[in-house]
Design a protein around this ligand. Sequence first.
Ligand SMILES: Cc1cc2nc3c(=O)[nH]c(=O)nc-3n(C[C@H](O)[C@H](O)[C@H](O)COP(=O)(O)OP(=O)(O)OC[C@H]3O[C@@H](n4cnc5c(N)ncnc54)[C@H](O)[C@@H]3O)c2cc1C
Length: 386
Amino acid sequence: MQSADIVIVGGGVVGSSIAYQCLKRGVGSVLVVDTAQSSGQGSTRYATGGYRAQHSTDINVRLSLLAREQLLSFHSDTGIDCEYRPCGYLMAARSSEQLVLLRKALTVQHAAGLDVSREVSIDEMRAINPFLNTTDLIGGTYCPIDGYIRPLQVLEGYQAASKALGAVYRFGCGTVNILFDNDQKAVGVKVDGDTIHSGCVVIAAGAWSGLIKGNGQYDIPVRPERRQVACTVVQDLLAENLPLTIDIENGFHMRVRDGRCLLLWPGESSGANEFDIMFDTGWLEQMIPLAHHFIPCLKDIALDSEKHWCGLYEMTPDHHCLFGKVPNSEALYIATGNSGHGVMHSPALGVLMADLLSSGKTRLDTHCLRPSRFMENDAISDLGIL
Ligand SMILES: Cc1cc2nc3c(=O)[nH]c(=O)nc-3n(C[C@H](O)[C@H](O)[C@H](O)COP(=O)(O)OP(=O)(O)OC[C@H]3O[C@@H](n4cnc5c(N)ncnc54)[C@H](O)[C@@H]3O)c2cc1C
């Protein structure tokens, strides 16, 4: 394909969702260019598959609710089951300050249209997760529509459905250079010596987006952040439908997937460089005591060192997505920097990008996500629960 109405740089779950929605809505022909040798080599592969609407900013709640509409019809839309299972998220507070934050987040959620998240008593928390150590907890919140999805099945669904509608995916590309005319309008890309003309270009290259050079007048504020996941052996004490349970004090959280408990904690781990995803075993020493204190039965379940992994979050300075037109250029758009929420928000970002490219407007007000916000000192402020 030597021309396309829309060229998408990056064929992960976000780029593929955009491809699907643009084609479904007849916005134009789509070419996706990706430097990986094959599909699913980016961060999407490493996501654990949490979905939550229980966020602490209005925009993230609304993105999750819009995404959920898409998840509910995902199977019939794409032919692939993304296995959305609303098992709930339980957030646990240890201090009155933390409980105040959770209550403030509930207010944000209810105002944004999420009406089923609620405060729960210690007794209810024990009933929701009987494995939780509640001795030093003082309360929490719970949302029953939060739960789980399968990241690679979301990706596969969007790719298969967009290909069926005519999308072309080109993997194994060398460096992708975005081409501009004299008016700083993106007019296509140059890849492996081929010039591909397009009406617009959308950057969706995840954790690597900060490396992409546009017209030199905007540095994409996305950096990679290592995130590690420890795995237990396959066990049958904790069930698959146990809600994802989060210790607000330190960010430790756990869930069960394919019989294994997945243990996550956002504490630092070291890599040879910021893109290195070698698992750092030193991190386990700090994570394990937090896990054992929060869910004591984990002491009796062995870890499986062969199964631990590390992946990259694509972080922005305010931990919210960059969505919209790239400053100081025309016909150049971006949807990335989801800072840990890219799989769950990808269905919404596809819908919104199709809105933007077709009409210049979006059904949700995405002004706060505009890529120029950091240049304007207008970063999103967040209660920062997780
Ligand atoms: C341990 C871990 C747990 C996570 N858990 C969750 C979770 O529970 N829920 C959730 O919603 N999210 C979670 N995430 C975050 C989620 O994985 C990401 O937000 C999401 O996968 C981002 O999707 P993407 O399409 O933007 O990026 P990616 O999947 O990384 O895709 C980007 C694509 O761009 C390509 N690319 C890179 N550079 C270039 C270039 N210069 N030119 C062309 N192509 C390029 C890459 O090859 C890749 O295919 C987790 C992440 C990690 C690491």
